[in-house]
Design a protein around this ligand. Structure first.
Ligand SMILES: C[S@@+](CC[C@H](N)C(=O)[O-])C[C@H]1O[C@@H](n2cnc3c(N)ncnc32)[C@H](O)[C@@H]1O
Ligand code: SF4
Length: 420
C-alpha cells in the first residue's frame, strides 16, 4: 500500500535491465538518491530498520560493492541532476572511518550532485574528530537519535548513554555550523509521562536544535520488542495516549515558533527542514535500498553478503520489482503528501497532468467536512487533528503489508514473489 498506493499488489523477482532503466529515465528532469548503511554497533530491540552488527571486514566489502552499484547507474541516469541525497541506516556514522567519505567522493564523481547532504548519526559517534569528518564530507543537515532525556527511559530502550551525555553531545553538534540539526525523540514509552515528553521538547528548543522528530514507540512484529511485548500499536487506549502526548508536543513547539513539517516533525521558523529524499523519483543504493523510477518500484536484496556478491559478479542487486500504473503512482504520491501534512493541486497537475479534484475531489470534501484540513483553493493543509488521524489510518492500512514485505525480504535474499 505504502509503496504502490493500492492493496493487493505482488512484487516479483523480475529484474529490470540497465537498458530498460535508462529507457525509463529518458524523460526525467531530476531525481534523488538514498544510500543505506546497514550497520550498527548495537542492535536495539525495538528497531525495525534493516541492519546488522558492525564488522570491519563486512563494512570494507560493502563500501566496495556500493561503489560498483554507483558505477552501474552512471550510464542509466547520465548528467541528470540529483536534487536530494540522504544517507540513512542503520547507522551511517559506523562507516566514517571505514569508507563512507570515499563513497561520497565517488558518488560526486559519477552523479551530477546539485544538493546538500542529509545524514543520520548515532550520538556515541559524534566526537569532535568525527564531526570534522562529517563536515569535510559536505554533510549540511545532520540527524541524531537522542530518543529521551531521562535516564530511566534511555535504560528501558537500551540506549548506550545517559541523558547528561546526550545534552553534551547536542551542545557539541550545535556549536558547529550545520544548516539543520534534527533530533529524534521517542514517546509513549512504557511508564513515560506526558510531562517528561514535553520537558524533553522544551529542553531541545532551549538547546537550539532546528528540528525535532518525535515518534511514538511502535512495536513491529519482526523486532525483539514487538515479538515479546504485550501492548500492541492499535488498541484505542494506546492510540489516545499517543494523541494526548502529541498534543503536548504540538503546543510546546507552536509556542516556541516551530512549524509542523510532517506528522511527527517540528521545524524552527526560517530553517530548511531535515528529511529523507524529497523528490518523487529516486534511486536507493545499498542493501534493502528501494528505488522509485517512472512506472516501476524495485527493492535491492536485504542480505549484505548477497548484495556484495551480486555486484562483485557484475549483476544488479535487485531482488523484487513491481510495475506501477498511473493510478498507483498518484495514490503513492498522496500517501507521502499526507505524511508531510500539506500538498498543492498545482504540484499534482504538473506531475500527473490531470486535475487533483477530478481524482480526489470526494476525498478532500470529506476531509473538509471532518475538520481535517484547510483549503485555500490550491494548497491543502491538514489540521493537527487531521494529520494524526489520517496518519493513524494509513499506518493501520500499511503496517501489515510492510511487515509481509520486510519479513519475506529479511528471511530470503532472493524471494520469487511477495504478495502484499
Ligand atoms: C535509523 S535510527 C537513527 C540513527 C541511529 N541508528 C540511532 O539509533 O541513533 C532512526 C530513528 O527511528 C526511530 N525509531 C526506531 N525504532 C522505532 C520504533 N519502534 N518506534 C518508533 N520510532 C522508532 C528512532 O527515533 C530512531 O532515532
Ligand atoms: S535504533 Fe539505530 S542504533 Fe538502534 S538498531 Fe536501529 S538503527 Fe541501529
Amino acid at each position: 500500500m505504502m509503496l504502490t498506493g493500492r492493496p493487493g499488489t505482488t512484487l516479483t523477482s523480475r529484474v529490470p535491465s540497465r537498458t530498460e532503466l535508462a529507457d525509463r529515465c529518458r524523460d526525467i528532469r531530476e531525481f534523488g538518491l538514498y544510500l543505506h548503511i546497514p550497520f550498527c554497533r548495537q542492535i536495539c530491540g525495538y528497531c525495525p530498520y534493516h541492519k546488522q552488527k558492525f564488522e570491519d571486514r563486512a563494512a570494507a566489502e560493502y563500501a566496495m560493492a556500493v561503489r560498483r552499484e554507483i558505477d552501474s547507474y552512471g550510464s542509466v541516469v547520465g548528467p541528470r541532476p540529483v536534487t536530494s541525497l540522504y544517507i540513512g541506516g542503520g547507522t551511517p556514522t559506523t562507516m566514517l572511518e571505514h569508507g563512507l567519505p570515499g563513497l561520497l567522493e565517488h558518488l560526486r564523481g559519477v552523479f551530477n550532485l546539485r544538493c546538500g547532504v542529509h545524514m543520520e548519526s548515532h550520538l556515541n559517534d559524534l566526537s569532535e574528530a568525527n564531526l570534522d569528518r562529517i563536515e569535510a564530507m559536505g554533510v549540511g543537515s545532520l540527524s541524531m537519535g537522542v530518543e529521551a532525556l531521562r535516564d530511566a527511559s534511555l535504560r528501558l530502550l537500551g540506549r548506550p548513554y545517559t541523558a547528561e551525555a546526550a545534552r553534551q553531545t547536542v551542545r557539541r553538534v550545535m556549536a558547529r555550523g550545520f544548516e539543520c540539526v534534527n533530533v529524534d525523540l521517542m514517546f509513549a514509552l512504557p511508564g513515560q509521562s506526558g510531562e517528561e515528553v514535553e520537558l524533553a521538547a522544551r529542553e531541545l528548543v532551549d538547546l537550539g536544535v532546528h528540528q525535532v522528530s518525535a515518534y511514538p514507540l511502535f512495536r513491529f512484529p519482526y523486532t525483539r520488542m514487538g515479538s515479546t511485548g504485550r501492548a500492541g500499536n492499535h488498541g484505542l487506549g494506546q492510540i489516545l495516549r499517543r494523541r494526548r502526548m502529541l498534543e503536548r508536543l504540538e503546543r510546546a513547539f507552536a509556542e516556541a515558533g516551530y512549524r509542523r513539517s510532517s506528522v511527527w516533525a517540528f521545524t524552527k521558523a526560517g530553517t530548511p527542514r531535515y528529511c529523507s529524499v524529497t523528490v518523487p523519483l529516486y534511486i536507493g543504493l545499498g542493501a534493502s535500498g528501494g528505488s522509485y523510477l517512472p512506472d516501476v518500484f524495485y527493492l535491492n536484496t536485504f542480505s549484505v553478503a548477497e548484495y556484495t556478491r551480486s555486484l562483485g559478479e557484475g549483476r544488479l542487486p535487485i531482488a523484487l520489482s513491481v510495475d506501477l500504473t498511473r493510478r498507483m503512482q498518484m495514490a503513492g504520491w498522496l500517501y507521502w503528501r499526507v505524511y508531510e501534512t500539506a500538498w498543492t493541486r498545482s504540484d499534482f497537475r504538473s506531475r500527473f497532468g490531470s486535475s487533483f479534484d477530478a481524482v480526489y475531489g470526494p476525498f478532500v470534501r470529506a476531509l473538509r467536512a471532518a475538520g481535517f484540513c484547510d483549503d485555500d483553493g490550491d494548497r491543502i493543509t491538514l489540521t493537527n487533528r487531521g494529520a494524526y488521524w489520517l496518519h493513524a489510518l494509513e499506518d493501520a492500512l500499511s503496517i501489515a503489508s510492510i511487515g509481509t514485505l520486510w519479513g519475506a525480504a529479511t528471511k530470503e535474499p532472493w524471494p520469487q514473489r511477495v504478495a502484499i
